[in-house]
Design a protein around this ligand. Structure first.
Ligand code: FMN
Ligand code: FE2
Ligand code: FE2
Length: 397
């Protein structure tokens, strides 16, 4: 996409990434892509806000060069040092040796560690201002969103805020960079939640602090570093974040996430026989096969729904490894405060339930119980599993 003017003299100069399989080498984006949004402000002084990923060096330089002679760039604002926004840094440094990199102290430290850059750098502090002429940038320190150096950049004259990863989402920008050009935003909002749970949720408390810092400033445009720019309804991403933060603090939507894994279908068949309990209790349910679905896609459901069923067999005296992987990710992302139960098949020793109990304890889940049954489930097993599922469903309605 070509540069897009988002306010007079403020431009989007981002790129769409439609070829990376795994964002951060971890989160699948092969089907949806992602954008790396950067911005150019043309004023008496010219500033770039955030850069791009190394793979897109040529695309990025082309975007910027369409608008200004690269030598004209005075400042490069580094809201966040993660290489999806700084990978082109060394190349830019060579092309524009006199531009000054601006960031929080930790960002400048990282610049040295990542790219060996120590000169022409400017450390700024929370609420420090930098005049470009008609625009003045104000830097808001919002640490751990999701790295320790992260900040946001506010342009008071336009009531516009560059939030970097905050309010970001997966998904390439298809046809427009603005919220008002999409009749249905459910795709981008869904991908924003996936991004939130995958990347940001572990720092839920810092997100609360960041929103507090942003709150005093009137905002008409939210311009993140991934995903769409909000200008028709700039309050929408803030509302969404408030809702998602609350999930991390014990709030939840009615509903249950069922994670299951099964080698020979003993556990799966037992699960199939009891899923009807959710319909009976009128509770929404989402079912994920841990062997086939990436945890990235489970996290939005895990984060937002009250209930959790873990259904998988014992494997080498412990839990089925694909389930361990899914629950490890859930633990890293602090999926707390669930009403949860376990069931699964075993053959000689059992052991999966004890692993489940460990997760339940560490993540402060209200564990309503668990059942290991031997081989194929019998009538009596199904009756007990049904009880467990009913208990979770009722507490999750
Ligand atoms: C590689 C492997 C390791 C296993 N390890 C154990 C074990 O340590 N203890 C146990 O009781 N059963 C163990 N089992 C048996 C399974 O838990 C049992 O076959 C169960 O019925 C499988 O459930 P599923 O049909 O849902 O996959 C193991 C099975 C496999 C294939
Ligand atoms: Fe990041
Ligand atoms: Fe990012």
């Amino acid at each position: 996409m070509r540069p897009v003017e988002i306010r007079p003299d403020i431009f989007w100069v981002g790129v769409n990434d439609r070829s990376t399989e795994l964002f951060e080498g971890l989160w699948p984006i092969h089907d949806i892509g992602v954008s790396y949004n950067s911005y150019l402000i043309r004023d008496e002084k010219t500033a770039l806000v955030d850069l791009s990923k190394e793979t897109f060096t040529e695309d990025f330089i082309e975007q910027v060069a369409e608008l200004v002679d690269l030598n004209k760039i005075d400042y490069i604002i580094i809201n966040h040092m993660e290489p999806d926004h700084t990978g082109v840094l060394q190349r830019i440094r060579k092309l524009v040796p006199n531009a000054v990199f601006v960031g929080m102290g930790k960002a400048i430290e990282m610049m040295k560690d990542f790219y060996g850059v120590t000169e022409n750098v400017k450390v700024v502090k929370h609420e420090e201002m930098l005049s470009l002429g008609k625009f003045t940038l104000k830097f808001l320190f919002t640490p751990l969103l999701h790295w320790p150096e992260t900040m946001m950049t506010y342009v008071g004259e336009e009531k516009l805020i560059f939030t970097c990863d905050g309010f970001g989402g997966f998904g390439s920008l298809n046809s427009s960079i603005f919220d008002d050009d999409y009749e249905d935003l459910s795709l981008y909002e869904g991908e924003m939640l996936r991004y939130y749970t995958n990347i940001v949720a572990a720092f839920n408390r810092n997100v609360v602090l960041a929103l507090d810092k942003v709150a005093p400033y009137p905002i008409e445009v939210i311009a993140p570093s991934h995903g769409i720019i909000w200008r028709k309804n700039p309050q929408r991403p803030i509302e969404l974040y408030k809702k998602w933060i609350a999930y991390g603090n014990g709030e939840a939507d009615p509903g249950v996430t069922v994670l299951y894994g099964s080698m020979y279908r003993n556990t799966e068949r037992a699960m199939d026989q009891v899923l009807e309990e959710f319909a009976k209790a009128n509770v929404p349910v989402e079912v994920f096969n841990v062997s086939g679905v990436h945890p990235s896609y489970m996290l939005p459901s895990l984060w937002s729904k009250r209930g959790l069923i873990v259904a998988c067999p014992t494997y080498e005296r412990a839990m089925f490894p694909s389930m361990v992987h899914a629950l490890d990710i859930a633990e890293i992302k602090k999926v707390k405060n669930k009403v949860a139960a376990y069931f699964g098949s075993y053959a000689w020793s059992g052991g999966a339930k004890a692993v489940f109990d460990g997760y339940a304890e560490r993540l402060e889940w209200d564990a309503v119980g668990g059942l290991e049954f031997v081989g194929q489930s019998k009538e009596n097993d199904i009756a007990q599993i049904r009880e467990l599922v009913r208990a979770v469903a009722q507490k999750s309605s």
